[in-house]
Design a protein around this ligand. Structure first.
Ligand SMILES: [Zn+2]
Length: 256
């Protein structure tokens, strides 16, 4: 795979999308550096599970591929937060960023840089990055186009992080002319984030009307958070109220 990329990348200088997902990681820095040296128009790059790659790869991409909009480096466990910060300083068009399992890279410094630089970010996956704590706060207040956030197994996230996400929504509430329902988080995974309490998650659920706990939609995923059983979206509450009204009415009529 590595040699293939080394020989082919120089021939595809207009390449926009490149998926290099591998089951057995073979990709080395030399391949990514070649991509960065020749494919300057690259917009989508998937390097997931390439755990042989080092910071040299991210630095090369920062210099050679400023048009990246979608980057998947999930499972690339060697990348540092310094290199990720450097990348976000250059790739300002990032809309989709998968950092699942990048526990070294997804540290405070890089997350602050994402908040500062990636104003167009829509999707962020921080699953399994258990270093992540309330450092989501800068993201919350800066990445106003964030629609999908995956915090699976980020066990150090606390209520403070949830309230800051909710607060960013209130603070940046769009004007009446904007299409309100299309703004804000539409998908949030906080499965296994066991430090969160029901009031904080409920506040978030109330703030983002597109987050649903009801079956069918289920855009707020909380698997493994047993204490969050009582968090519900508005339609679940409404359905429960209607059911209770029906029960009360039925009882009233049966009494008569
Ligand atoms: Zn619902």
């Amino acid at each position: 795979m590595n040699n293939l990329v080394l020989s082919l990348a120089p021939k595809f200088t207009k390449l926009q999308t490149l998926i290099l997902r591998q089951e057995n990681p073979q990709l080395e820095d030399s391949a990514v550096e070649t991509i960065a040296n020749f494919c300057h128009h690259l917009q989508e790059l998937d390097l997931s599970k390439s755990f042989k790659l080092s910071d040299g790869s991210l630095n090369a991409l920062a210099r050679g591929c400023p048009d990246l909009t979608k980057l998947n480096i999930s499972g690339c466990t060697s990348f540092s937060d310094e290199a990720l910060e450097y990348l976000t300083n250059s790739c300002l068009k990032l809309k989709i960023l998968y950092l699942c399992g990048c526990f070294k890279a997804a540290a405070d410094r890089a997350l602050q840089a994402i908040g500062r630089n990636c104003n167009m970010l829509q999707t962020l996956n921080l699953g399994w990055c258990d270093n992540v704590d309330d450092s989501v706060i800068p993201l919350a207040s800066k990445c106003l186009h964030l629609r999908s956030l995956d915090l699976y197994y980020c066990r150090n996230i606390t209520d403070r992080g949830m309230y800051s996400l909710a607060h960013s929504r209130v603070k940046n509430k769009p004007s009446v002319w904007d299409r309100y329902d299309e703004e804000g988080l539409r998908s949030l995974n906080i499965s296994q984030c066991t430090a969160l309490s029901p009031p904080a998650v409920q506040a978030l659920c109330d703030t983002f009307p597109a987050l649903h706990t009801c079956s069918g939609r289920h855009t707020l995923v909380m698997s493994g958070c047993l204490n969050l059983t009582y968090v519900h979206c508005a339609c679940t509450v409404q359905a429960h109220r209607m059911l209770m009204t029906r029960v009360v009415l039925r009882n009233l009529y049966s009494i008569r």
